[in-house]
Write a protein that binds this ligand. Structure first.
Ligand SMILES: [Zn+2]
Length: 253
């Protein structure tokens, strides 16, 4: 049983009883996920042992889906009724395409004309809000406004979103990182997707498919076919945008 937690909701900012939030949604392959929680520094020091040499963390294995207490019941219900179904639909399409093809295929083309891309982008944004602390939306309040109003599409250009496919490696937790190479990034990975939110970086992250334009979905939704190409990357180490393969990592010291 999940415990009762009272705290400040990350969406409406009111202090209320919080709901255990499945991140990603329970319906998108996160119902029975078993996982360990591990301090980032500890994982980094022993990444190779944990990932490839069956070192087991000392923490106890958790189950019932990955998530945390982020939103109140009302906000959880709002997200559930507005955005979650769209996310689930795209996740199911992506998962079945990945699974029914050769695992060595590195990129897939999708027709996304029947996905409500604005809702999809808002769901992704809500994941980054849920996985980060309150200071995240204090620094980036436009993200909060974007999620709270289902019709709002005026997200400033300083926020750029990217996605890829994933079915190999570890979960990435969405936490904000300040990197030398990519600037400020949040990366969330959970099969079959990986998402990157890049903040204040004028340069496009070339190895990923940019989906920032999903916010203009109202202008593009009339098209018959809307192709997107998504690369598939492994995520073994908890380093943002590190997509080295198992072989590359095992060969390195
Ligand atoms: Zn709330």
């Amino acid at each position: 049983m999940k415990k009762v937690v009272v705290g400040k909701c990350k969406l409406c900012q009111e202090t209320k009883k919080l709901n255990f939030e499945h991140i990603p949604p329970r319906s998108a392959f996160n119902k029975e996920t078993r996982y360990y929680t591990l301090k980032q520094t500890n994982f980094l020091q022993k990444a190779k042992e944990y990932v490839f040499e069956e070192l087991k963390p000392k923490s106890k294995k958790e189950q019932g889906g990955v998530g945390q207490y982020s939103f109140c019941e009302e906000c959880n219900g709002f997200l559930g009724s507005k955005y979650v179904r769209t996310y689930k639909k795209f996740a199911q399409i992506a998962m079945s395409i990945i699974q029914s093809n050769d695992r060595n295929i590195k990129a897939f083309e999708f027709d996304i004309s029947d996905i409500n891309l604005l809702k999809f982008l808002k769901q992704i944004t809500s994941i980054f809000i849920a996985t980060n602390s309150h200071s995240f939306t204090e620094s980036y309040p436009e993200l909060l406004e974007f999620v709270k109003d289902e019709n709002q599409n005026k997200l400033p250009n300083r926020y750029r979103f990217y996605m890829y496919l994933n079915n190999e490696g570890q979960i990435r937790n969405g936490h904000i990182h300040f990197t030398n190479h990519y600037g400020t990034v949040c990366e969330f990975t959970f099969q079959p997707f990986g998402f990157v939110l890049s903040i204040d970086n004028p340069n496009r992250i070339m190895q990923l498919s940019e989906i920032t334009s999903f916010k203009h979905y109202d202008k593009i939704k009339k098209v018959e076919k809307l192709p997107i190409i998504l690369n598939k990357y492994p995520t073994y180490y908890p380093i943002p945008l590190d997509f080295r393969t198992e072989n590359e990592l095992k060969g390195s010291t």
